[in-house]
Design a protein. Structure first.
Lengths: 211, 204
């Protein structure tokens, strides 16, 4: 999305300035989010939702709400993993009445573990790895057009910035071995040209994106 | 256009709106998983309750207030935020590697995720609708001062704006400036001065 034009002002719903905006605007959003986490906790699917979200056809992506995109991605992964078929979801959805009710069941052991599963102190992540660049190095983001999930925004490609920090190593999406990730600083002018605002942009980039 | 926050607040109660296609579909998926014995609904309940009741920006506000009153904690927070935030009992999903960005009189930090909606869940909870909107995601990197102005935040020309595009595994939170006039306030009173918007950086 970075740098795309035409989306207008940032609209906030009422109460957004306070701490009390509802976490979920509709109950089904909470169920969709809960399913996203619970299906991982139960081992029904693994890995990031992002690749499946990005496989949503672009016009559908833009026309869908946030949790709708998540729900579509969860569905795609459950179907791909053999837990459900699209046909049976179609049939079941057609029988949902005007006041949706869902089947319920209980697993007290797992449900009581969920808060700690989601929120508890963890060791700092990131692996020590060999890094090709050092703090202060000038780096240029490669020109590329990769297919599939990656984490290099289009608006950076070809731009030159400065390594501010070597964060450590994490596996690139789709890879197993950790790879160096760098915090890179770009001057706004080098990203957007003569009418850029002053200031700087910081972003974390995997080594494979840089030269 | 449909985007960040999902759907309108439809009328419930006496004249409930019929469920939307996506609401039917989510209900169907959960019910099928439960009926097949693959999942139990109380696990989904537990996830929803965790973020509705326990994990939200109050966690981050506690971190900020502690940093304002305790210089040694502040130093640890800026050096290794994951560890320092863990001292207060917070961490986990979407907070495995936290970095805290310190605002100063001449630096203002603001966080966005242009690729999706990366956000430090353990300290801020789940992101508000506008953070996930196409408008915020597209514009904050391109014209941050213009977007900040829409939040009522106008910065002096000598303040450097630093935009942080969350793109990899690090999650960012802003440590705002301690407000003028808050000298001598107790830590629990300071917590109430800190909003989610301060910690994203859309207000100063």
């Amino acid at each position: 999305m970075g740098g795309m034009h035409g989306f207008g002002p940032v609209i906030r719903s009422s109460g957004d300035r306070a701490l009390d905006e509802p976490t979920f605007h509709e109950p089904w959003e909470g169920r969709a989010f809960g399913l996203m986490i619970a299906t991982v906790a139960k081992g029904l699917r693994s890995g990031s939702l992002r690749p499946s979200i990005e496989e949503i056809e672009p016009a559908t992506y833009l026309a869908s709400g946030y949790y709708e995109r998540w729900a579509r991605a969860v569905e795609a992964q459950l179907v791909a993993g053999g837990c459900l078929t699209s046909a049976e979801i179609d049939r079941r959805a057609a029988t949902v009445g005007d006041a949706p009710t869902r089947s319920q069941a209980s697993d007290p052991e797992l449900s009581t573990e969920i808060p700690a599963f989601l929120n508890g102190p963890v060791p700092t992540s990131g692996e020590p790895v060999t890094a090709a660049f050092r703090v202060g190095d000038s780096v240029t983001v490669r020109r590329m057009a990769p297919v599939g999930h990656h984490r290099c925004p289009r608006y950076l490609r070809g731009a030159t910035g400065t390594v501010e920090r070597v964060n450590g190593g994490w596996p690139h999406p789709g890879a197993d071995a950790p790879e160096a990730v760098y915090r890179v600083r770009f001057a706004m002018h080098d990203l957007w040209g003569d009418d850029a605002e002053p200031g700087a942009l910081f972003i974390d980039l995997w080594e494979r994106y840089l030269s | 256009m449909s985007e960040g926050h999902d759907g309108d607040h439809r009328e419930r109660g006496h004249h409930p709106a019929p469920p939307t296609p996506i609401e039917r579909r989510v209900t169907a998926i959960e019910s099928l998983l439960v009926e097949k014995g693959l999942l139990t609904s109380d696990v989904v309940d537990a996830v929803v309750e965790t973020y509705e009741r326990n994990v939200g920006p109050l966690n981050g506000a506690r971190v900020v207030a502690r940093a304002w009153v305790d210089g040694a904690y502040r130093a640890r927070l800026l050096d290794d935020a994951t560890q320092a935030i863990g001292e207060l009992g917070f961490g986990g999903a979407e907070g495995e590697h936290l970095v805290v960005l310190e605002n100063t009189p001449t630096i203002h930090n603001v966080v966005v995720c242009t690729l999706c909606s990366c956000y430090p869940w353990p300290v801020l909870g789940l992101p508000p609708g506008w953070y996930k909107s196409f408008a915020y995601r597209s514009r904050m990197v391109r014209e941050p001062r213009a977007v900040l102005a829409e939040f009522g935040t106008t910065l002096a020309d000598d303040v450097e704006v630093r935009v942080w595009d969350s793109s990899a595994d690090v999650r960012y939170m802003v440590l705002p400036l301690r407000p003028d006039g808050s000298d001598g306030m107790a830590e629990d009173k300071l917590v109430a001065l800190v909003t989610r918007d301060h910690m994203i950086g859309v207000v100063r």
